[in-house]
Design a protein. Structure first.
Length: 140
């Protein structure tokens, strides 16, 4: 005995699940409130990075930090959470600086990492140039 199957029933179920995920905040993206948020994440025991200087992107989705020895780390959004990655000199593939019309600049750092290889920070022009220099002159 063959049962008739209406193809709209599974599609309606999938649409309902997606709607519920969206309504309950499943599309949220974490943002950095400022330097203190980034510093706290960097100083966490599992990271142990003591930042001497931090720059947070104007968009709030990324930050770059330098410790006293010149080593760098990134704080970035990963869905609804924030993540940290320490950078090594060999990790950096390219660093580009693109001036914007409003006096800011986009600092793009491409790494060789498999997961989340690209970081883009929108900073003041002078700060972006300074951080680009720091990235290119990072110690081994």
């Amino acid at each position: 005995m063959a049962l008739p199957l209406d193809p709209t029933v599974p599609l309606a179920g999938i649409a309902m699940i997606l709607l519920l995920v969206w309504l309950t905040g499943g599309n949220r993206c974490a943002l950095l409130a400022g330097r203190d948020d980034a510093a706290a994440l960097l100083a966490a025991p599992e990271t142990g990075f003591l930042a001497a200087d931090i720059a947070v992107s104007r968009t709030g989705d990324c930050a770059i930090a330098r410790d006293g020895q010149g080593h760098l780390a990134m704080v970035f959004t990963s869905g609804a959470k924030l993540a940290v990655r320490k950078l090594q000199r060999g990790d950096i593939a390219t660093v580009t600086l693109t001036p914007q019309d409003d006096g800011s600049a986009m600092l793009a750092i491409r790494t060789q990492a498999f997961t989340h290889p690209d970081f883009v920070l929108r900073l003041d022009q002078a700060a972006a140039e300074d951080w680009r220099r720091r990235v290119t002159e990072m110690p081994a």
